[in-house]
Design a protein around this ligand. Structure first.
Ligand code: ADP
Length: 482
């Protein structure tokens, strides 16, 4: 069995020590494409987490005061370590998560790009000099690392979601206790190894796998953890926000989405199809910014559907490790059952399955990429996140109506629209209640821009110049008696 050139860490990192599972308690990690067991990871809980928090608190005393150039230098080395190992890291990511290898390579690269971005951005984390009301004093603001950060990440981008948290934390001088998702732990744990390899001191980065409640509970209860950053479901996010109250932690939350993708009659339909395929079928539909609802204007509807069907039918499905595969398996059987439930609900309410619609002949958690037309606002997927390879197409007539339908959800992460009318593009940006709006593109994530949602999709931004804010406190400094 491959250990991906020594990158597959079957242990937890606490205070610089790699701790293996106690006998008989290890959790097996499987490859969703083959069902093979890749290896095991420890089933850590509250005790291990308290030790990790203690190590992070101790390490913060010195790491929080390291010089800017030292922190920048370490981040550049970490970036290079990621890129030097890109191929092995991508193979390991695909093996545990299922996404096609070209997407996995891209995920490692964007994770590394976040590390480089924050290495650059921390050099511009300036304070302010504020005009004072009287001549006897000078006012300014200074910026400081928040302290120990708890980072909880999901399985769909097990490497880059941690990058967006770890990189700004380390840039600012924070120390970290991280918990990757149990189904995809190796892409998270390896960050600990790479951080050690490039010279981060013991205790700066600690990574635990195991009980979500045990680890999450200890992170949330600890007064020493000053900030929690979470990417995952809205349901768990709400629990963490509630739990954060007792110790008044800063929280940033990247939660669920329900992205509309609006195609107007004046759109370039081929460009819209290209964007639609990326925005819907990337990672088999398992991203929080994946299109959940296609709204297509009546005049272009039939052309769009015909071309979408054709593009979806042409998708190559298989083990993501094989070059050329565009669709791997879903993460597990529960994800497949959920997609089946959405399809059954839509079919019962008058939707037409025009492409796919069932489990794939490959078996396991493979599912046929699917298109449903005749979608309506009373179907389950109008309200809930699909998180699977199912494109639901709604037909609409007027711009005002589609904006209202698009906003008819408690979520507000990403929205997409295709139009060649520049005035309409600005009206959409102002009318759509979403944290991110993309016009004439299906892929908007980039390290330079702030990623984040409004409403129940979360709070706080990752990436961009704003991505540092959550990891730094602004202190007001007043010197009087001049
Ligand atoms: P997803 O649908 O992406 O699996 P979850 O919100 O269930 O989203 O999981 C995201 C991350 O949150 C995972 O690492 C998971 O183990 C963790 N998690 C789940 N429940 C809790 C909890 N009660 N407290 C802390 N972390 C949790």
């Amino acid at each position: 069995m491959s250990n991906f050139n020594g990158l597959m860490m079957e242990a937890n990192l606490i205070g610089g020590q790699w701790i293996k599972a106690d006998s008989g308690t290890a959790i097996e990690v499987t490859n969703p494409a083959t069902g093979d067991v890749l290896g095991t990871v420890p089933n850590a809980g509250g005790d291990e987490t308290e030790r990790a928090i203690a190590a992070a608190s101790e390490a913060f005393k010195t790491f929080g005061r390291t010089s800017l150039s030292e922190r920048v230098g370490l981040l550049h080395k970490l970036h290079d370590a990621l890129m030097d190992n890109q191929e092995d890291l991508a193979q390991m990511l695909t093996a545990e998560q299922g996404k096609p290898i070209f997407e996995a390579r891209g995920e490692i690269a964007i994770g590394a790009a976040y590390v480089k971005w924050f290495a650059e951005e921390i050099r511009r984390a300036k304070g302010e000099i504020i005009p004072a009301p009287g001549n006897d004093r000078r006012l300014m603001t200074t910026r400081h690392p928040v302290g120990v950060v708890g980072a909880i990440t999901p399985w769909n981008f097990p490497s880059s979601m941690l990058a967006r948290k770890l990189a700004p934390a380390l840039a600012a001088g924070c120390t970290v206790v991280a918990k990757p998702a149990t189904s995809t732990p190796y892409s998270g744990l390896v960050w600990g190894k790479l951080c050690q390899d490039v010279g981060y001191p013991d205790g700066v980065v600690n990574i635990l796998t195991g009980s979500a409640r045990g680890i999450g509970g200890a992170i949330m209860e600890s007064p020493d953890v000053r900030k929690v950053t979470f990417t995952g479901s809205t349901e768990v996010g709400k629990t963490l926000i509630r739990q954060s109250a007792d110790t008044v932690k800063k929280v940033s939350m990247e939660l669920g989405g329900n992205a509309p993708f609006i195609v107007f009659d004046d759109a370039d339909v081929d460009a819209a199809i290209e964007g639609a395929m990326i925005a819907k079928f990337r990672n088999m539909g398992q991203t929080c910014v994946c299109t959940n609802r296609f709204y297509v204007q009546a005049g272009i509807h039939d052309t769009f559907v015909a071309k979408l069907k054709e593009a979806v039918a042409a998708l190559k499905l298989g083990n993501g490790a094989e070059d050329g595969v565009q669709q791997g398996p879903l993460i597990d059987d529960g994800a497949v059952a959920k997609v089946e439930e959405f399809i059954a609900d839509a079919a019962a309410k008058g939707g037409d399955v025009v492409q796919g619609g069932k489990r794939h002949a490959n078996g396991g958690s493979f599912f046929e990429p699917t298109v449903i037309t005749g979608a309506t606002q009373d179907m389950m997927f109008a309200k809930e996140e699909i998180f699977g390879p199912l494109a639901a197409v709604f037909k609409f007539e007027a711009e005002e109506d589609v904006i209202e339908m698009a906003n008819d959800t408690e979520f507000g992460l990403a929205a997409y629209a295709y139009t060649r009318d520049i005035a309409r593009a600005f009206r959409l940006n102002e009318g759509l209640d979403y944290g991110m709006v993309g016009i004439n593109t299906g892929l908007i994530t980039t390290v330079e821009a702030p990623f984040g949602g409004v409403k129940e999709s979360g709070m706080g931004k990752e990436g961009g110049s704003q991505g540092l804010d959550d990891y730094m406190e602004t202190k007001y400094f007043c010197v009087a008696g001049l």
